[in-house]
Design a protein around this ligand. Structure first.
Ligand SMILES: *Cc1c(COP(=O)(O)O)cnc(C)c1O
Length: 386
């Protein structure tokens, strides 16, 4: 079977785009590696397949599954999250147009917009997305096409009201793009809240096993989708077949993984909050997080990402990051294994000295699905070394 719109999330995740193979009945559709397709006479395509950059059945399955879990009409999968973002911006913006971007966007997104697309002629303004009047001022000033937000944001875990921001963007004739990587489609569906376009680094929770890099764009509008499809085909930053298969396999279990990530992260955040070495814990599941009520309203859970700052400054943050053993010191997030990251010199090194700079006494935890007590014991032994 394939998924229906009215079915629950996990049914759509397991069955979206995953009809069994008709010839053999194989429950898991085969991975199609072929780069080209035989034609029955010139132009006689079987089922529309012609050449692998344009379309591939394994990629099509993933795209259908991604659309099903985000509640969107069209999905496009790419070789990485940044390839997805680049193709999206090139498809829908022209030089001379403008993007309003949150002041704690993913460093690579900022670098892409600032240094690559900036040279191409796309302008940007960086604003605090929680300040609606700042956003409104920024969108009115230029030919703004996109308001681009990450919620929860990375690494400060700020939550932005998607429905309210959609109104501001639409009032100025702009589209709202939501990077939904941190929440994942299981916890938040921006299109249902009024956003126009969702982007994902599927490398993170959707793939979920730290073994494949990928990205996606999901949307409802047919005309915009046609333009994105054209750039996907004409530029070719597509997912390879095995990458698409691994991403599909990961996405099937997203719901059960996210429940566990969220429960573990909540426990870790609460434990951190009770520690004297800690200056602040950034997790929307904590009742004293400034956006806790908003997160409760717009998300179905609080996710697996926790940031924490230390009273002992940069030295303490570095020491903890370098002394955990289950939490592996590594970039990235969203996999089943717990990771610790020192943003100011790792994931966010590219924004040092800019308005997106991250505090030097902060570490970011991607809380995995291991046993809760083991994760807390690991942090406890690292804290003992302070
Ligand atoms: C990782 C990440 C990206 C970039 O995705 P890649 O797959 O690394 O290219 C974009 N946005 C967010 C929030 C991310 O965490």
């Amino acid at each position: 079977m394939t998924a229906e719109k009215n079915q629950g999330f996990n049914t759509r995740a397991v069955h979206g785009g995953q009809a069994f193979e008709p010839r053999t009945g194989a429950v898991v559709p085969p991975v199609h590696f072929s780069s080209t397709y035989a034609q029955d006479g010139i132009g006689g395509l079987r089922d529309g397949y012609e050449y692998g950059r344009g379309t591939n059945p394994t990629r099509d399955s993933l795209q259908e599954q991604l659309a099903a879990v985000e509640g969107g009409k069209h999905a496009f999968s790419f070789a990485s999250g940044l390839a997805a973002e680049d193709s999206l911006i090139r498809a829908l913006l022209a030089p001379g147009e403008h993007i309003v971007l949150g002041n704690d966007a993913y460093g690579g997104t900022y670098r892409l917009i600032n240094r690559v697309l900036g040279d191409w002629g796309v302008g940007h303004t960086v604003v605090d997305m929680s300040d609606a009047s700042a956003v409104a001022a920024a969108v009115n000033e230029y030919k703004t096409r996109f308001v681009w937000v990450e919620t929860p944001s990375n690494p400060m875990m700020k939550v932005t009201d998607i429905a309210a921001l959609a109104e501001v963007a639409h009032g100025a004739g702009a589209l709202l793009v939501v990077d939904n990587t941190f929440a994942s489609p299981y916890l938040q569906n921006p299109l249902a809240l009024g956003a126009d376009i969702v982007v994902h680094s599927t490398t993170k929770y959707i793939g979920g096993h730290s073994d494949v890099v990928g990205g996606a764009v999901v949307l409802n509008d047919d005309e915009l989708a046609e333009k994105i499809g054209f750039i996907q085909f004409a530029v070719g930053a597509v997912s390879a077949p095995l990458d698409a298969f691994l991403t599909t396999r990961g996405l099937k279990t997203l719901g059960v993984r996210m429940d566990r990530h969220s429960a573990n992260a909540q426990a870790v955040a609460e434990w951190l909050q009770g520690r004297p070495e800690v200056e602040a814990v950034y997790y929307p599941g904590l009742p004293d997080h400034p956006d806790h009520e908003l997160a409760k309203k717009q998300m179905r859970g609080f996710g697996g990402m926790v940031s924490v700052s230390f009273k002992g400054g940069e030295a303490a943050a570095r020491k903890v990051a370098e002394n955990t053993t289950i939490f592996t010191l590594a970039e990235s997030l969203g996999g089943i294994e717990s990771l610790v990251n020192y943003p100011s010199e790792m994931t966010h090194a590219s924004v040092k000295g800019t308005e997106l700079e991250v505090p030097a006494n902060l570490i970011r935890l991607s809380v995995g699905i291991e046993d809760t007590e083991d994760l807390i014991a690991d942090l406890e032994q690292a804290f003992k070394q302070l």
